[in-house]
Design a protein around this ligand. Structure first.
Ligand code: TYM
Length: 353
């Protein structure tokens, strides 16, 4: 067994003794309307993991300001993401739901990690390259150091598992590198766990409805590229009707689908929403016209997303409950993170006179 694996296992023992598989941490940025990719790639899995892990679900407002956010919008969207967690089925009394800036340990540990991570590691981050684009000289230094803060989010709780969509995989590899380097540099071999990513389901990378080669994203200028969780039935129907497809009938095999990005994307969405496999959906619709498939997909999406959107609106109309859940979550998160941060500070050699 590798050293990294042994270290992970050592951290699991206390959870296993409680009948749990470990501790989960994950987060979503409050930077725009939540879309189907966020739901199928992440939030849906947050809900599924609640029975077997201790879970900490965060709204990462510190990450959000790495690009400009209107302050009033940021506050509103922070609440909205927390409402989405609850509306999707996260149990905020059993698990922890809170916003990142309410727990100082995230920013404090991130500074230590700014001094552990190497420039060369961050230079390789593809998400930074994509987000910075050609205007690299003008982006915030926060955007560059973003993955270090993400490592701090996870390791402030010594989380053992992190459910995310596929686009976060490289950031989680960096988190592992930071944990290993910290443990080695300071001679504390088992201090931070070597976190495992949990990337699962039939829609780990949902693509734009307008272009099957581009990821569905909050920042795409076209509203028709994504279904958002608060879309009503008409909006969902219209977006699916207009979704780009190719001129051929529905594919016969998964291998055929995989050569046709738009068909593959819609089949993956259907499979994920119906809790089935892509194989099953391909065989159910093989050879049919896209119009029939799209109308079945619309019914499914409206049935699955409609009640969640309505619950989000209900929670947002009277935000007292969401705020109370976040306040209580922040207090519990702080109680978990502070002793870990204190130990990091002692390990690094910060004097507490
Ligand atoms: P964010 O806010 O961009 O996305 C939130 C979650 O949604 C997933 N996701 C997708 N999954 C499938 N298909 C898509 N098109 C799609 N778009 C987004 C993301 O993978 C993510 O799981 N850096 C993170 C937030 C973060 C975090 C963390 C996550 C901050 N600290 C610690 C885990 C652990 C982000 O920007 O996610």
């Amino acid at each position: 067994m590798s050293d990294a694996k042994a270290a992970t296992n050592a951290h699991l023992a206390p959870y296993q003794a409680r009948g749990l598989k470990g501790r989960i941490f994950s987060g979503v940025q409050p930077t725009g309307n939540l879309h189907l990719g966020n739901y199928l790639g992440a939030i849906r899995n947050f809900v599924a993991l609640q029975d077997s892990y201790e879970c900490i679900y965060c709204v990462v407002d510190l990450h959000a300001i790495t690009v400009w956010q209107d302050p009033a919008e940021l506050a509103k969207q922070t609440r909205e993401i927390a409402a989405a967690y609850l509306a999707a089925g996260v149990d905020g009394s059993k698990h922890i739901v809170f916003n990142q800036s309410s727990v100082p340990a995230h920013a404090q540990l991130a500074w230590v990690f700014n001094c552990v991570a190497r420039l060369g590691w961050l230079n390789r981050m593809t998400q930074f390259k994509e987000k910075a684009g050609k205007d690299r000289e003008n982006v915030s230094t926060g955007l560059y150091a973003y993955p270090n803060l993400m490592a701090a989010d996870i390791l402030a709780y010594k989380a053992t598992h992190v459910p995310v969509g596929e686009d976060q995989k490289q950031h989680l590899e960096l988190t592992r590198d930071i944990a290993i380097k910290f443990n080695n540099d300071f001679g504390v071999p088992d201090f931070f766990p070597i976190t495992e990513p949990l990337i699962f389901g039939e829609a780990t990378r949902v693509m734009s409805l307008r272009d099957g080669t581009k990821k569905m994203s909050k920042s795409d200028p076209s509203d028709y590229s994504r279904i958002v969780l608060t879309d009503d039935a008409d909006a969902i129907a219209q977006k699916i009707r207009k979704a780009k497809t190719d001129p051929l009938p529905m594919p016969d095999t998964v291998a055929d689908a995989e050569k046709r990005p738009e068909a593959d994307n819609l089949l993956g969405i259907y499979a994920a929403l119906s809790d089935s496999s892509k194989e099953d959906i391909v065989s159910a619709f093989a050879g049919q016209q896209f119009s029939a498939f799209k109308s079945a997909l619309t019914d499914l999406a409206v049935a699955k997303l409609g009640p969640m959107g309505a619950e989000m609106q209900r929670l947002m109309a009277d935000p007292g409950h969401v705020d109370a859940v976040m306040r209580d979550g922040a207090a519990r998160a702080h109680a978990l993170a502070q002793p870990i941060l204190d130990e990091v500070y002692r390990t690094v050699g910060f004097l507490r006179p």
